[in-house]
Each structure stands twice: as structure tokens, then as C-alpha cells.
Design a protein around this ligand. Sequence first.
Ligand SMILES: [Zn+2]
Length: 117
Amino acid sequence: MGRDTFQDPSQQDLYSGLIRLHILHHAAEEGIFGLGMIEELARHGYRLSPGTLYPILHRLEEKGMLRSFARNEAGKIRRIYRATPAGRQALRSAKEKVRELFGELFELAPAAERRMR
Ligand SMILES: [Zn+2]
């Protein structure tokens, strides 16, 4: 460890979607801010520098999945991000796909059995 997760191109491709879903998940539950999200992702084993995370937040906002506003916290201006309705909808769809992948990765049920439900 010690390197930004995104400095390794092979990891970047694999984890970029997971990191975006993780951000969307937390932003759907509460207001998030860059540094807090960096700590949260580090807790899960993803090391991201501000220079990597902030562009991700900005792009999610450009795509209409997050919206941000400035909040004054004890004299410190902090940009807070929340999921938009479009972001929540995208998260719901993605969660279905993650559930299916999770089931297959960990073989919770045979694929044929799942299809019959
Ligand atoms: Zn988390």
C-alpha cells in the first residue's frame, strides 16, 4: 500500500466503477465531502489522493448524479455532495447488477436457480 489506487492502471480499470458506486451509495445516504470520502474509501482499502477523488466528484456532478453546495462548518467552507434523483436511480440499477455479480462471485445460488425466481 502507500500508492494511490489509481496510480496502478490495471487496478484503475477494475476499481473505478466500484469507487464511483461507493461514492454514490454514501451520497444517497448523507451529504459527503471530499476528504471524508477519501477516509471512507481508505477504510475499504482504496487509497485515493484528492487529485484523483475530486475530478471523480466533479464528473459525477457533471453527469447529473451528484449535486453540490457549499456549507460553512465552523468557519470552514466545505463542498457537500448529495446524490440527485438521477443518481439514486443509477445506483438502484447498478445495485441489481452488483447483487447478481456478487452472487456469481461467491456462488450464493446456481445461476439457473436464480433465473427461475
Ligand atoms: Zn463505505
